[in-house]
Design a protein around this ligand. Sequence first.
Ligand code: MTE
Length: 306
Amino acid sequence: MKKSFDGNLKWSDVTPKAQWMSRRSLLAGAGAMMVAGAAQASIETVPSAFSTDATPNTLKEITSYNNFYEFGTGKEDPLNNSAAFKPNPWSIKIDGMVDKPGDYDLGDILAGVTLEERIYRFRCVEAWSMVIPWNGFELATLLNRVGVQSGAKFVAFETIVRPEEMPGQQSRIIDWPYREGLRLDEAMNPLTILATGIYGEALPNQSGAPIRLVVPWKYGFKSIKSIVRITLTDTMPYASWNAINPREYGFYSNVNPTVDHPRWSQASERRIGGGLFDSRVDTQMFNGYGDQVAQLYAGQDLTKDF
Ligand code: MTE
């Protein structure tokens, strides 16, 4: 029988997928639930009004076509080169302008939250997209728990550095650690989540185990993986792609079909899978999440603050 990355049997290893899916819908709305006897059991989550009703990509599509340069630059490198990565145990340093800074064990963080299922559109700056059923919780829940101080204006994030487990970090393609940032109001928006799973299973290594950011109205590179540090600050944080090429990758990087990348159009995107062939769909402003986030940018010129 197949074992999960940490050696524990997963619920999905012992349950036929169809049965698991129907059991899961029976439980929808029942709240978070642990399956007795399995430490890394499948995640039970509550559904969310923020989910799209578009058909999600398959787990295979979502976990075999990835960008995670710590494991290499090819789309299948993260799947093929991440087996040695150990996402357990894990803690996150939360520091800067917070009332309760510290090194927080991931288990303790998760004990205090209710995991939701959020089926989000996901749009990469390279003009491909998927629909992904994340399991996670609002970043605001965590930030409120540690107490954001009044002068804080931005949130900075860092990925772990472990070149011995992440072969891509042995090259200097990025000034490691991979870093990203959000403005505080973006971080506090209810759409912004920290994800710990996909399809009710713990995040596989290539997807950013054990915990990653998901900001669905921004290009995918803002959704930083395998987070070990969150810092509240009053200055705009360093962001890896923005630092590499500020003309091509803005700090905001809101999905915007009217602002092209200097080397390609952003007006449409290739939706991975969804039948025999990938399909071409029009890109939506804010990736279709304008009702929730457009007001965050009132008065800003999004061709300049791109
Ligand atoms: N986070 C880290 N640490 N390293 C990366 O290379 N790639 C980003 C983002 N987060 C990346 C990262 C990019 S470019 C994209 S499009 C998304 O992760 C891809 O997420 P996915 O592979 O789960 O689809």
